[in-house]
Design a protein around this ligand. Sequence first.
Ligand code: SAM
Length: 290
Amino acid sequence: MNLGKTKAAMWVEEPTGDFLKVGFRADKVLFSGKSEFQSVDVIETRGHGKMLLNDGLVMLTERDEFIYHDMITHVPMFTHPNPKSVLVIGGGDGGTAREVLRHKGVESVVMVEIDGMVVDACKEFIPQTASDLSNPKLELIIGDGVDYVATTKKKFDVVIVDSTDPIGPATPLFGTEFYQNIKNILNDDGIVVSQAESPFYFAETQQSLLGIIGGLFPIATIYNFNNMGYPGGFWSFTFASKGPHPTKDFKAARVKESGLDFGYYNEDIHHAAFCLPSFQKRNLAEKIKG
Ligand code: SAM
């Protein structure tokens, strides 16, 4: 974490490459640790509530985490006709598991997070996201998601890859073998969505991910959302499916029937998220399938 201090103020600064730096006014460092995988920090910010950083990169802020967690969760959960078993890879802050568990039809969730320090820090300092990590439907495994998908005998309706950027232990989460293994453990109408970086700053990562899932699944596409915490604010998730199409098979009525309310997600956003700006369409034109 880069803590820039001036006489008057403390700032958390997140660099992107050597060309961009985003700063958040910080009031207090609540937790600072180094696990065998990464550094983990929790900061009380002035404008965004508590913030989690891994290796100095913003994972979430309390103020806008609902956007990311709504979109990574409810898009696949409302596309799949009846998701009962869900696997979350990463997601140690608990926000994705919290949203999955709001779906009444869900019978079991497995969450595989490599770093126990992230989970413990969030349980202690960010209960807003970690509140449901003791839910009896949730099996929390502290381990490598890459190994888990290669070895588990369980099958899933929805897999959500809520990972850090493709560095350190998350690097293989952006590779072909990982997605081949996910395909093997998905049921026939299964869906996998993944954190897919910025269409603007990480266009090559998006090309690579789309190429991988497009080579394995009949439906492979990408959808966007805006948040305040990540560089540029404009971000994406990839979507791959063995069956259900994210817009053609989406039954909007199910959203109302669920009785759930959301801060960001709704029936219109579900459709709109798959409408891509021209520069991103051009970048991915060859790779989008279905
Ligand atoms: N919303 C966040 C973002 O996109 O910046 C991601 C949040 S969550 C904190 C990401 C988690 O993925 C981290 O806690 C990290 O430890 C975990 N992770 C990274 N590589 C992993 C792996 N191979 N298996 C399981 N979890 C992994």
